[in-house]
Structures are given as C-alpha cells and as structure tokens.
Design a protein around this ligand. Structure first.
Ligand code: FAD
Length: 304
C-alpha cells in the first residue's frame, strides 16, 4: 500500500536527502556508498533529481531502483519534469516507475534548457503534470510539488506564484518541497502567506548546505534570483581573499568558510524546526560527510 509521506509530516518532522544521478557506473558505486552512510539517519525518503538544467535524465531510474533494493524504510521519490515529454511518453515513463516500485514523485515543470522558451513537450506547467498524473493514475502516486519561498524567478509576483501553488494543491498534490532559500525572514513571510491563501499541504524545506563560496553565489544567482542575507554576505566577504602571494588557493581560508557555512546551515535547520515545518530535505550533493556533520551538529535525529 502507498505510504503517505504527507501524513507522516502532519504528525512529525520527517528527514530526507536529495541526490542526483551520476553520469558513470563508477559514480553509481560511489553514490551507493554515500547512501549506505546516509541510511544511518533513517531518512524517511531519498529523492533523485531528473534532468536538471537540460533533457538528460541520466541514471535516475538506476538510482531509484538502488533505493528500492536497499529494502529499508526509506522511500524513493523521483523528480519528474515536463521537459521534452509528450503525454504518451509521460504515461509510459510513470508506469515504468510504478513497475519498479517507485510511487512517489516530485512533479515539476523543469528547468528550461539554455535557449528554450517552453518545455518542448505536451505540458507547460507543473499544474498540468499534477492534473495529468491524477487523471491517468488516480491515487497510485503520492505527489510532491515545488514551492518557492522567494517566488519563482519567472513569475510576475509572489502572490501570482502562490496562486499557482494553490492550483497544484487543487489538482491533487500532497506536499510541498521548497526551493533553496538562505533568507529566513522571507521564508517566514511566505509560510504565513501560503497558509493565508488556503494552502494546507505540509511544507518540506529544502536545505542547501553552505560549503563553498562559488557554489553559494552560483546557486543564488544563476537560476533562482535568491537573496544573500547580511550574515551570509559577511561570511562570503570575510573569506573573499583566498589566495596566497603565488596565487595558490589557501586551504585554511576554504576550511574556515566551510566551518562558518556549516554553522549557518545548522542555524537555519534549527530555525525551521522551531517553525514546525513538515520536514527537512537536505541536499546531500552525493556525499555523506557534510550531511553527517550538519545533522550531528543540529541534533536532528536526537533532539527532535
Ligand atoms: P511551475 O510550478 O510550473 O512554475 C513555473 C513558472 O510558471 C512559475 O513562475 C509559476 O508561477 C508559473 N506558473 C505555474 N503554473 C502556471 C499556470 N498554470 N499558468 C501560468 N503560469 C504558471 N528541475 C529539473 O529540471 N530537475 C529536477 O530534478 C529538479 N528538482 C527540483 C527540486 C526542488 C525541490 C525544486 C524546488 C526545484 C527543482 N527543479 C528541478 C527546478 C524546477 O524545475 C524549476 O524551478 C522550474 O523553473 C520550475 O518548476 P516548477 O515545478 O516550480 O514549475
């Protein structure tokens, strides 16, 4: 029987990780080792991305199957997008997930590949995908959808974006997985706003660990238009000059950035916990060491 993560989120705070499909078989072996370490935290689910930034889906199904075959209590959740998919292809691919024991899906429009102006498929928005899944598969999938605390970059206003999120609920979505944000004040504002708009779905919060200066700047600015709050900007500025006189990277500066970044991430998690969110969804980035340090410092499986 389909296990409902949304029901669990209404009773307690769940924990989950996000990984991406490696390009090579060697990468898959490494990911299996990573997951074996992460299972120690008894995650409620592990999600696997799908063709982010393009149409290449890579080894998404292999990763989902790996989670199924681990045969523990961790539920596999696949991300799925409208990019380049006809309705017929969507039906066939989703049936294949079901046949392989994957019945939880994050229904997304998808990142448009460079130069594209639409999805290149039969469906244009995540709302269309949610409604299509419910029409074709009834309740055989539990459906998560994306929510953007700072508003989706392409949307004319936060209010319009929230209205589209409400539409996803009305079409039959079960819970929200949020886009990364480093801005806690904005997150609190958005959480109030979606509740006022009648969105009752549990909110599972995406947590992007702060580990490396370039990737924080890139993640905020390349696609998402996310704010870098004062505290995070200070951490970046304090560690801006990271080369020695010969132009070599200074490991001590990189390490100091990582340490302060992890503290920032742990504080974000603790604030989310105090807000009573439905879950913490940690972007594991296919490694286990950082997630382990963050979760141990946050005490998330012991204090909560
Ligand atoms: P939508 O909800 O369709 O929204 C897209 C834009 O259209 C928004 O501006 C929205 O306000 C607007 N809109 C929505 N519905 C309507 C409507 N009916 N009429 C008019 N406008 C509308 N991308 C990938 O390619 N692969 C992944 O694996 C992946 N994983 C992700 C995981 C998480 C947790 C999140 C938050 C995002 C992920 N993304 C992934 C990125 C996501 O695909 C992009 O953010 C994409 O640009 C929007 O997807 P969406 O599902 O939010 O789209």
């Amino acid at each position: 029987m389909l296990e409902h993560l949304a029901d669990a989120m209404r009773e307690r705070m769940v924990l989950s990780f996000e990984v991406f499909p490696p390009k090579t078989d060697q990468g898959l072996v490494k990911l299996k080792d990573c997951l074996d370490h992460l299972y120690a935290f008894q995650p409620d689910y592990v999600s696997c991305t799908y063709g982010a930034g393009g149409t290449n889906v890579g080894k998404n199904m292999e990763v989902c199957k790996m989670i199924v075959e681990a045969d523990n209590d961790t539920v596999p959740v696949t991300h799925f997008t409208c990019i380049g998919n006809t309705k017929g292809e969507i039906k066939e691919k989703l049936q294949n997930y079901l046949d392989n024991g994957v019945d939880h899906i994050l229904a997304l429009r998808g990142d448009l590949p460079d130069g594209w102006t639409g999805t290149g498929g039969d469906l244009s928005y995540a709302t269309d995908l949610v409604s299509f899944i419910r029409r074709e598969f009834g309740d055989r999938f539990e459906i998560a959808v994306a929510g953007s605390p700072e508003g989706h970059i392409a949307c004319r206003s936060l209010e319009a974006d929230i209205a589209h999120l409400k539409q996803k609920q009305d079409e039959g979505a079960n819970f929200i997985m949020t886009q990364l944000t480093f801005d806690m004040e904005q997150f609190k504002y958005w959480l109030d706003a979606i509740r006022c708009a009648g969105i009752t779905m549990p909110v599972d919060v995406g947590v992007m660990p702060v580990l490396n200066r370039e990737s924080v700047i890139n993640m905020c600015l390349s696609r998402n238009g996310c704010a870098i709050p004062r505290k995070l900007a200070e951490i970046i500025s304090h560690h801006w000059f990271d080369k020695d006189a010969e132009g070599n990277k200074r490991q001590d500066v990189l390490d100091a950035f990582r340490e302060e970044g992890i503290e920032y991430t742990v504080n974000q998690i603790l604030e989310y916990v105090s807000l009573g969110v439905g879950g913490i969804h940690l972007y594991a980035l296919n490694t286990w060491e950082n997630s382990t340090e963050i979760l141990n410092k946050a005490g998330i499986r012991t204090i909560v």
